[in-house]
Design a binder for this molecule. Structure first.
Ligand code: NOJ
Length: 586
């Protein structure tokens, strides 16, 4: 392992930044319709500033019929009515920039809404100028006994791909007698990136937003846009039951480089590609984010958030701390010399982090702080999902009617219809653990009605724990998760070693403790995290070369940690970060 010094690191503003993710529908409602909106975010700009974050990633706010809460876009250049107007959006951008906060927008270009003008024209006839904007194929007639889906008698979908939201990934369209591909909901037809006109449209649209002054893009499922040859070169497709060929498909790097050459290069942006799949090789990752790669700043991989997944949305798998350490360490070491990591534990598609990786009962506060410590002291750019800074937990939804998300509703309804399950009760606990709606409950501003989110009827259930867990209470309590996050964010700005230091894992097989050092030149940090509700003894391995007598506690989630770093006992969910170098100035 080579070790970097403060002089030889490759600096960038987006490496030093902390990103805060806003899911607008659930952030703050300004007009009492029960749905969060852009003026509602503007009202909270000082809140974001006081937390200290540097960038906002805004989930989609474009015109959309909301089959998938804005990820089904009907017009890329218009703001959804429920969220406000383009003037409101301009005010948001200006208000952020006034506070030195940058804005990155969600770029959703694997698919559009079926209500997008391109698709409406595409489906009109096989001769439409827009036909090839999407992926239309003939059904298969050589499949015996197909009874599953809407096609004509005896005709099966073009291939066997399942959509990510359940059911076949193809929909039959009566008007022209062909099927269109939708890797997500039936209302989200996939764009055909093989068509150069589609790429022109996408790149023009990106340019249009950049000219408005935004600071980058989060790119939705961007590694799905190149479809495999079985589909692109054949009609009907050749037999290919493996959706895997769609992930990092054959022309993906060609498309990403074209995007870079035509739009991104020469601009100082934060770009982060969401990369679906499990187990991306580091070489592949470097092709996206490395020095000689496609030009992305960083990517979101899914390896840690798939550890507890077992297939169906209500099924969970056992994971242990060594798995989690293994995934993060692979990426920490893997991109240390070339590339850069994004760091996230939760987002709008994942359950709340304290319920998933921590203890949302007795040690909610401690474990939320411990997870925050991890997020902010690994090498990479941290992404804080709204409400995480309060330690919001998963929500006890009481019936299927309380859920709103297609990824939950589609498979549960079809399992109920098909008799695979008998009742909601059977899958309730699994949904409590896994459903995306856990993350989409309203932001908890106060302990009052509807958590201060809206004066109207909220579009989704409010988590009942808002009475104790809310911004107002957290800000009044110096020991809250909120204040701790604020300190972590501040520390990253004070210590280069937190941003740029090399990561080195200690005690890799320990089942309770995750410990590592971060080193930059002669500066060294020691991070020790107890991922359990019991005490755990920590012994500093001999190989750690440090001035053991000079240790200072930089931050910890128990007030009274000592400074003997040689060996100490970590209390339940205790997190400690020591600065090991003598004579630092803080
Ligand atoms: C990933 C987004 O984060 C998710 O919310 C969405 O459902 C899918 N992509 C499809 O756009």
């Amino acid at each position: 392992m080579s070790s970097h010094t403060a002089e030889d690191v490759n600096r960038a503003w987006w490496k030093e930044a902390v990103v805060y993710q806003i899911y607008p529908r659930s952030f703050n409602d300004s007009d009492g319709d029960g749905i969060g909106d852009i003026p509602g975010i503007v009202e909270k700009l000082d809140y974001l500033d006081e937390l200290g974050i540097d960038v906002v990633w805004l989930n989609p706010v474009y015109e959309s019929p909301n089959a998938d809460n804005g990820y089904d876009i009907a017009d890329y250049r218009a703001i959804m009515d429920e969220f406000g107007t383009m003037d409101d959006w301009e005010e948001l951008l200006a208000g952020l920039h006034e506070r030195d906060i940058r804005l990155i927008m969600d770029l959703v270009v694997n698919h559009t809404s079926d209500e997008h003008e391109w698709f409406r024209k595409s489906r009109e006839s096989t001769d439409s100028d827009y036909r090839d904007y999407y992926i239309w194929r003939r059904g298969r007639t050589d499949v015996d006994g197909w009874t599953g889906h809407k096609g004509p008698e005896g005709e099966a979908p073009p291939n066997e791909w399942e959509s990510f939201f359940g059911g076949p990934a193809w929909e039959y369209d009566e008007a022209t007698g062909e099927w269109y591909l939708h890797l997500f909901d039936v209302k989200q037809p996939d764009l055909n990136w093989e068509n150069p006109e589609v790429r022109d449209e996408v790149f023009d649209m990106m340019e249009w937003w950049l000219e408005k002054g935004i600071d980058g893009f989060r790119m939705d499922v961007i590694n799905l846009v190149s479809k495999p040859e079985s589909v692109t070169a054949h009609d009907p497709p050749t037999n290919d039951s493996d959706l895997g060929g769609t992930i990092d498909g054959p022309r993906i790097h060609e498309y990403m480089r074209e995007m870079n050459d035509r739009v991104l290069a020469g601009r100082d942006l934060l770009t982060v590609g969401e990369m679906i799949g499990d187990g991306m090789p580091i070489d592949e990752a470097r092709t996206y984010v490395g020095e000689d790669g496609d030009g992305l700043s960083m990517l979101f991989h899914f390896e840690h958030v798939l550890l507890d997944r077992a297939g169906r949305i209500w099924e969970t798998a056992e994971w242990d701390l060594t798995d989690l350490k293994g995934v993060f360490s692979k990426w920490q070491y893997g991109l240390a010399e070339d590339g850069w990591n994004s760091l996230y534990l939760g987002n709008h598609d994942q359950p709340r982090i304290v319920s998933r990786f921590g203890d949302d009962g007795e040690y909610r506060r401690e474990s939320a702080k411990l997870l925050g410590t991890l997020l902010h002291t690994l090498q990479g750019t941290p992404y804080v999902y709204q409400g995480e800074e309060l330690g919001i937990t998963n929500c006890p939804f009481e019936s299927l009617d309380e859920f709103r998300d297609v990824e939950t509703l589609n498979p549960v309804r079809s399992a109920l219809d098909g008799g695979e399950i008998d009742s909601f009760e059977e899958v309730k606990e699994g949904l409590w653990a896994n459903s995306r709606d856990n993350a989409r409950t309203p932001m908890q501003w106060t302990g009052g009605e509807n958590a201060g989110f809206t004066d109207g009827e909220p579009w989704i259930k409010v988590n009942p724990n808002c009475r104790e867990v809310n911004v107002e209470a957290a800000r009044a309590d110096a020991d809250s998760v909120w204040h701790y996050y604020r300190d972590l964010i501040r520390l990253r700005k004070e210590y280069d070693v937190i941003v740029y230091g090399d990561y080195d894992l200690l005690l890799s097989d320990h089942e309770k403790i995750w410990a590592y050092t971060r080193t930059l030149g002669d500066e060294r940090l020691l991070v020790a995290l107890n991922f359990s509700s019991e005490e755990a003894a920590f012994d500093l391995p001999d190989r750690v070369d440090a001035d053991r007598d000079a240790a200072e506690l930089l931050i910890g989630n128990y007030g009274d940690a000592g400074t003997d770093v040689e060996s100490f006992t970590l209390r339940p969910w205790e997190a400690r970060v020591y600065y090991l170098t003598e004579g630092h100035a803080a």
